[in-house]
Design a protein around this ligand. Structure first.
Ligand code: HEC
Length: 471
């Protein structure tokens, strides 16, 4: 292992790499039988049952042994995909490279994946019923991941015929009755079906007709120009399978009094049944009197002209971005379309070149990855960010409807996108130095340590020992 890895594991608290963990586990599993009640149920409770329970998103419930047993082999297969398309739970960060430490990470440890495999291969034994953990109290399907919102707004309703072409456009706007400015801590979208006719498809996303929706928050007191810009969006985008968005605690987003919420760019997609639906958007506010001290915003990339060949499983695109001011990057969000299978983000600073993160990609599951406060990349001005997208436009990618087609840029899922919807906070040099000093202190970083994502963290002069000059 390289020094980079070792320092990172100490500094950022990452789990030991699989290469280290596997031999120890092989011994453990040989000596103690892996059972459903003792070993598997706790994993399912933590990482699966949120979706795999009655009336939730997933196709089957994974609560009781009787429900889980028939799926043992499928569970082994899906969890064993690790960071690849199809993995369960849907979370694609590669764990053997780059920064580890994201908020609300539901993924399984290498040890848990191994346990599931051993359990399935052993005939998926139930084990001692006394080992069964108490059931998890679920929030209602209608409840919100961010907690009870302080403001819920409903978009205008849309009607989508069972069989109609994809549609893009504006669906209107909503006037809030907000009496004063507030700052938003978290946002969550929900698609609400008002009416659903008979029929329908069996594919992922088939419960939904909104494939994406952008949201703009317009301040009626702002200048015409600012209002026009705000209408374009700029708030987190809704996507099928999207999790909630939490803003950096010091960078709450302003929701002005009497704000108008504008849905200017919506993608509707037929699901086989005549459907009427709308979006509910829940906003969690900071307490009154809160003032943000930081400004989190989108980090924009050059868009490349996309040119994907037909029937080619292994294609790459890259694009670069030079960080203009010291940056704390708070969010990594690969956004590709159907052929997309992976994205990597690399930072180049001086002679240092390091991979910040790689993640698999599955267009059925668009995920946003929010760094923990002490793992968020701290990048000096002038850092070059290199983004690489990997595309499989061939029959081995089940997300692609017809890989015999060439494809280029566009809005439809069968057209292409290649974007990192990154967010971050530009800092002054002083704020940046403070962030780095705080991280050194918190993680016990020593001079010369290489900390992935923070090229300056290990670069500092040793404080000279107290010497008595008079001697
Ligand atoms: C965010 C919601 C969510 C979470 C969390 C989740 N699943 Fe799923 N799961 C789904 C949905 C939706 C599908 C069907 C679509 C698909 O395959 O992507 C699915 C499909 C599956 C399948 C394939 C079913 C089939 O028909 O072959 C298995 C097996 C599975 N999940 C197991 C798990 C396990 C085990 C976990 C936890 C380790 C888990 N899932 C976590 C939503 C979820």
């Amino acid at each position: 292992m390289t020094r980079t890895f070792l320092s990172l594991s100490v500094a950022a608290g990452v789990a030991l790499a699989p290469a280290f963990a596997a031999p120890a586990l092989a011994q453990d599993s040989a000596s103690a039988e892996v059972t459903f009640t003792k070993d598997i149920a706790p994993i399912l409770q933590r990482s699966c049952q949120k979706c795999h329970r009655p009336d939730a998103l997933a196709p089957m419930s994974l609560i009781d042994y009787e429900e889980v047993r028939p799926w043992a082999r499928a569970i082994k297969q899906r969890t064993g995909l690790r960071d690849k398309q199809g993995v369960m739970p849907p979370w694609f960060i590669e764990k053997d490279i780059g920064i580890q430490g994201f908020k609300n990470d539901p993924s399984l440890s290498e040890e848990e994946i191994e346990k599931i495999a051993v359990w399935a291969d052993n005939g998926a034994p139930r084990g001692d019923p006394a080992d069964m953990p108490p059931p998890v109290a679920f929030i209602d399907v209608d409840e919100w991941e961010i907690g009870e919102p302080d403001l819920i707004i409903s978009s205008p309703s849309v009607q989508v015929a069972g069989e109609q072409p994809d549609w893009w456009g504006a669906i209107g706007e909503v006037q809030t009755a907000l009496a004063e400015d507030r700052y938003v801590a978290a946002v969550e979208y929900k698609e609400v079906t008002e009416h659903r006719g008979s029929g329908g498809r069996d594919t992922v996303g088939a419960l939904f007709v909104f494939h994406h929706a952008t949201m703009g928050v317009v301040d009626p007191a702002a200048s015409e120009e600012e209002q026009a810009r705000a209408r374009l969006g700029g708030w987190p985008v809704h996507e099928v399978g999207r999790n909630a968005d939490y803003f950096n605690p010091e960078a709450g987003r302003r929701m002005p009094a009497s704000a108008r919420i504008v849905f200017n760019n919506t993608h509707l997609h037929a699901n086989g049944a005549d459907t009427t639906a709308h979006l509910d958007v829940g906003f969690k506010f900071h307490p009154r009197g809160y003032e943000p001290t930081l400004n989190e915003r989108g980090i924009n990339w050059a868009i490349v002209d996309i040119d994907l060949e037909a029937m080619d499983p292994d294609q790459q695109l890259e694009t670069f971005f030079v960080v203009p001011e010291p940056l704390k990057m708070t969010i990594f969000e690969p956004h590709l379309h159907a052929p997309g299978v992976r994205m990597c983000l690399e930072a180049i600073w001086g002679r240092t070149r390091e991979m910040l993160n790689c993640a698999g990609y599955d267009h059925g599951w668009v995920r946003v990855y929010t760094y923990e406060d002490d793992t968020a990349p701290l990048l000096p001005a002038g850092t070059i960010l290199r983004l690489v997208g990997y595309f499989n436009n061939s029959p081995s990618n089940p997300n692609v409807p017809d890989p015999r087609n060439w494809s280029g840029d566009g809005q439809r899922s069968v057209d292409q996108m290649f974007i990192n919807l990154a967010r971050g906070i530009y800092l002054t040099e002083e704020e940046f130095a403070e962030e780095i000093a705080a991280r050194r202190e918190k993680l016990g970083i020593e001079r010369g340590d290489l900390v992935v994502g923070c090229p300056l963290c290990g670069l500092f002069e040793e404080t000279p020992a107290e010497t008595d000059a008079s001697e």
